[in-house]
Write a protein that binds this ligand. Structure first.
Ligand code: UDX
Length: 457
């Protein structure tokens, strides 16, 4: 990992970054902020009060809370804090945030020396605000290029009537998607849109449009993983793209919203190499109690050692582990609330990662050379899962719901599969090589810093 000490005394140029307030979006934005700081830029982070980052972990940055500063504003207080409903905040702030953000930016611009604004791609309303201030806006897209190309094709899929297909049209659901043959039609449906015109569809289409209007796109990815997709992006979206594997530069620990448990590390240190399954379904997913119990049975029946992250609120209707009988997992497993995930994935005892296929988790696993079992839920996850199982072939998809026998057998298969492990190792090596001088990451980072420095201040 890169040494993130200060590389210059002249922090003349300031970059303002504005992340989306969810763990899977805060992590890459704050990693990017640290990387840009190491390149000599001053950093200001705009953030909402909801899921505000722990500012004390970043004494070298300036922070400013924006947009949800009025505690009594019922538009925001009534939004769920867990699960899919928590994303309603994105639609509201995109709708109402422009005037307030413009005022905040005007104040920051008065000090001069601001090079650009970098926002999460899903803050699509920020493009017109930046344009009105003549401020270049770059976009951080926190998922893969593959996913973005898919999202850009939603109008096409809508015209084909994919979103109207229902579960009883099985033959059509199992068909390949012509433009993306690694996908089945059912994967498109699993993303969760009802049409290009529902609230989510409209938000995604605005994101795509305003990304195209931006001054550049930064990806938490790497050319060695997504070369064909990069070529398609450059063809369809003629703005500069910069691919940087953030987990290869630093961990996301300091932007964790939950306290991290480290008490299991002494146990993990005693386990043989590649013998422990790491299980986590990210920061947002929730499951029904009956599915949770199938997962628990599948894990125990697999007879593999495991570490399982069960976030408080993960089981719908429970605070934490109430549905699980005491002592159920026995000595083979450890259940914890939250861990320093990259550190766990980097541990040599970890043999595979059973994941919901969120992009950060997927890419952190790729960066550490850990094979995956993919159980996607919605959004980009079904796409990431297919990419990992069909394109890079460093994981397998666990399909067709939660069923303990299928779970146990998939776990045993992946833990013992030497070919998948070897492919994951080779991919990790390619990523490592990209970091050295002349490698794709090294070049991309340098050209991003030069590009930002070329903006007039
Ligand atoms: C969400 C979406 O679900 C995901 O599909 C999208 O790509 C980003 O936004 P999330 O579900 O939280 O994110 O998944 P993911 O993208 O994998 O991000 C989770 C982050 O939390 C990772 O950076 C991971 O390292 C971190 N994490 C997870 C921990 O630090 N500790 C844990 O115990 C579990």
């Amino acid at each position: 990992m890169e040494n993130l000490t200060e590389t210059t005394d002249h922090r003349h140029r300031r970059i303002i970054l504005f992340p989306l307030p969810y763990q899977g979006h805060l992590n890459p934005m704050l990693q990017l902020a640290n990387i840009l700081y190491s390149k000599g830029f001053s950093i200001t982070i705009l953030h909402t009060n909801f899921n505000a980052p722990k500012t004390s972990n970043y004494p070298h940055f300036t922070f400013k809370s924006v947009l949800d500063n009025a505690p009594q504003d019922e538009r925001y207080t009534n939004i769920a804090s867990q699960g899919l409903g928590s994303f309603d905040r994105i639609f509201l702030l995109n709708q109402y945030g422009a005037d307030e953000l413009r005022e905040e930016l005007e104040i920051l611009l008065r000090d001069g020396q601001v090079s650009c604004l970098i926002t999460d791609a899903l803050w699509h309303f920020t493009q017109s605000v930046a344009d009105s201030l003549n401020l270049p806006r770059l976009v951080l897209r926190t998922s893969s290029l593959f996913c973005f190309l898919l999202y850009a094709s939603i109008p096409l899929f809508d015209d084909r009537g994919y979103f109207e297909l229902s579960d009883n049209r099985v033959p059509e659901l199992e068909e390949e998607v012509v433009e993306f043959p690694m996908l089945k039609v059912k994967d498109i449906l699993k993303m969760g849109f009802k049409s290009k015109n529902d609230t989510v569809g409209e938000c995604i289409s605005s994101m795509v449009k305003q990304t195209k209007a931006s001054s550049g796109i930064i990806w938490n990815s790497i050319k060695e993983l997504e070369e064909p997709e990069l070529e398609m992006m450059l063809h369809d979206f003629p703005v500069p793209s910069f691919l940087i594997p953030f987990p290869k530069h630093l961990t996301a620990s300091s932007s964790s919203l939950l306290d991290q448990d480290r008490t299991f590390f002494p146990w993990l240190d005693l386990q043989p190499p590649n013998s422990v399954l790491y299980v986590s379904f990210g920061s947002v997913i929730q499951v029904e109690e009956k599915d949770f119990l199938e997962i628990a049975h599948g894990l125990v029946d697999s007879k593999q050692a495991f570490i399982w992250v069960v976030r408080p609120g993960f089981i719908k209707g429970s605070d934490w582990l109430e549905p699980l009988p005491d002592g159920f997992v026995g000595e083979m497993g450890r259940i914890v609330k939250w861990v320093p995930q990259q550190e766990v994935l980097a541990h040599n005892a970890i043999g595979a990662f059973w994941t919901h296929s969120g992009w950060n988790s997927t890419f952190e696993s790729v960066c550490e050379g850990v094979p995956m079992i993919c159980s996607p839920f919605w959004g980009d996850q079904p796409l990431n899962a297919r990419y990992i199982s069909e394109v890079t072939k460093v994981g397998v998809c666990l399909e067709n719901g939660w069923e303990r026998e299928a779970i146990a057998s998939a776990i045993k298969r992946v833990m013992m599969d030497q070919e998948i492990r070897e492919r994951a190792k080779v991919l990790k090596q390619k990523l490592d090589v990209s970091l050295i001088k002349g490698g794709s990451t090294y070049e991309s980072l340098d050209s991003l810093a030069a590009y930002i420095s070329s903006f007039p201040v």
